[in-house]
Design a protein around this ligand. Structure first.
Ligand SMILES: [Zn+2]
Ligand SMILES: [Zn+2]
Length: 134
């Protein structure tokens, strides 16, 4: 039988704790559960609240609210005015990590890079067949 004493540092309060299902110590994860429950209570009462309003009502930092939305702890589909924020420009987004503008721009960039790569390969191909023909 091996006895391993594993401890981790809680990112919430800095105390050591035994690893569990959550990346927080028991007291912080309980606190987090309660905060999320508070947010959900406010949202059930009024599902049209936006991020600012619900953060203020639940007395929770907006950044925390956003983190929970990002992690899927708070679901957006029932709450039309709640949003995550774009990783690049910080604009509200309800579809993944980027807003519509940024994801469109990035897709265009990727397509351009892909095109350039394809042309380079085509050119290499042409040179190759030129040499093999002789
Ligand atoms: Zn803690
Ligand atoms: Zn953006």
């Amino acid at each position: 039988m091996s006895l391993s004493l594993q401890v981790e540092v809680c990112p919430g309060c800095g105390n050591l704790y035994q690893p569990n299902a959550y990346p927080l110590c028991p007291s912080c994860s309980m606190q987090e559960h309660e905060q999320i429950a508070t947010i959900e209570r406010h949202l059930r009462r009024n599902r049209f609240l936006n991020n600012d309003e619900v953060a203020e009502l639940a007395a929770i930092p907006k950044e925390k609210l956003r983190t929970w939305i990002r992690k899927g702890r708070i679901k957006l589909y029932d709450y039309p005015n709640l949003a995550d924020s774009c990783d690049l420009c910080g604009e509200p987004t309800r579809q993944g990590k980027l807003c519509v503008d940024c994801s469109t721009r990035i897709r265009a960039d990727i397509r351009q890079a892909f095109e350039a790569d394809r042309r380079k390969k085509e050119r290499a191909q042409t040179v190759h067949s030129y040499f093999s023909r002789r």
